[in-house]
Design a protein around this ligand. Structure first.
Ligand code: UDP
Ligand code: MG
Length: 322
């Protein structure tokens, strides 16, 4: 569970999720990744982890963003299947038993897809629709109403964590990209239990750009197509001008000239911007900085994170971490 300033609701969310997991008869651990909160979220998690041996917390050194928080959780998780879920109960935990049932039946990646976004505001829905549409068009991956509420089998988690080396991640896309047996479940977005949404416009814009740039190079192709189109247009205008000169007409068409310059200018600026986005990503990837830094952990010292039977299955990864 990635959590950023979720102190008011985090305790309750853990309780609800733990109760559901217990009912499933699953052996489990709950890992909350505090993404640099400044409202005491980690202290809350610590308190809960003292009471429940199955609850652990990871505190990041600052706010790295949800994508990094999810990655931190995936890296630390030792289960045979891992569920990523928001800390604000907007992803209905009641879906977890069905996810586990499908996983046991053989599915390797289970995506919870939003059926209805009426819980979100109009503006939120519009922004999400825009980014998702762009991704579906350019990237060829189905992002319609996608969410980060997913169950990933160990093979898929290992692929995402170890085989995919990129620093700037877009979890929703990567979970689809890895393949394996994928299924989707529909859910209705619940209203937030407490606190407020954490996405600033800039954060969402960044996520959108990362999503597109890390998934597809189609926008670069658009630059080329745009260039070719303007070339044809320029050729036509040039032919017309030459014709006028040949006919000894007075040079008219100042408006045409002005519009052409303006259009060309904007096309060039946009194209440079698009190319710049990709260069920026190359630059950032080549710096190879870690996606996040941890400052503290709690609950991991427990020697037996699961019931005995599950510990045997995950002994390998368990040893590496403890
Ligand atoms: N979150 C995070 N880091 C951030 C922003 C959000 O870990 O920088 C977490 C947040 O605590 C929540 C989840 O990501 O558990 C979804 O965030 P939010 O509810 O603000 O967004 P929305 O529901 O609009 O997608
Ligand atoms: Mg939310």
């Amino acid at each position: 569970m990635p959590a950023f300033n979720e102190a008011p609701g985090i305790g309750g969310a853990i309780e609800v999720i733990a109760a559901i997991l217990r009912e499933c008869g699953a052996t489990y651990e709950i890992i909350v990744v505090d993404d640099g909160s400044h409202d005491g979220t980690f202290e809350k998690v610590k308190a809960v982890s003292r009471r429940y041996s199955t609850v652990r917390g990871i505190c990041l050194s600052r706010n790295f963003g949800k994508e990094s928080a999810i990655l931190a959780g995936l890296q630390a998780a030792r289960g045979e299947a891992i569920i990523t879920i928001d800390a604000d109960l907007q992803h209905p935990p009641e879906l977890i038993p069905e996810m586990i049932r499908r996983w046991r039946a053989g599915a390797r990646v289970i995506h919870a897809v939003k059926r209805d976004r009426s819980g979100d505001g109009l503006w939120t829905r519009a922004r999400a629709a825009l980014v998702n549409k762009a991704l579906t068009w350019f990237g060829g991956i189905d992002m319609h109403n996608a969410s980060d509420f997913k169950l990933l089998d160990r093979v898929a988690v290992d692929a995402v964590v170890f085989d995919l080396r990129e620093r700037h991640r877009f979890y929703r896309g990567l979970a689809q990209w890895v393949g394996y047996e994928q299924e989707t479940i529909l859910f209705d977005v619940a209203a937030r239990e407490s606190g407020a949404g954490k996405w600033s416009f800039l954060a969402l814009f960044n996520l959108g750009v990362t999503a597109i740039v890390s998934f597809t190079t189609a926008p670069l192709r658009i630059v080329t197509v745009l260039g070719m189109t303007t070339l044809c247009f320029a050729a036509a205008v040039a032919a017309d001008t030459l014709w006028s000169v040949y006919q000894r007409h007075a040079v008219s068409g100042f408006a045409t000239l002005e519009i052409t310059i303006l259009l060309m200018g904007s096309f060039i600026m946009i194209s440079l911007g698009i190319v710049g986005e990709y260069i920026a990503k190359i630059y950032e990837e080549s710096k190879a900085r870690p996606s996040f830094l941890e400052s503290a952990r709690c609950g991991f010292e427990t020697k037996k994170p699961f019931r005995e039977d599950a510990v045997i299955a995950t002994e390998q990864t368990f040893k590496q971490l403890v």
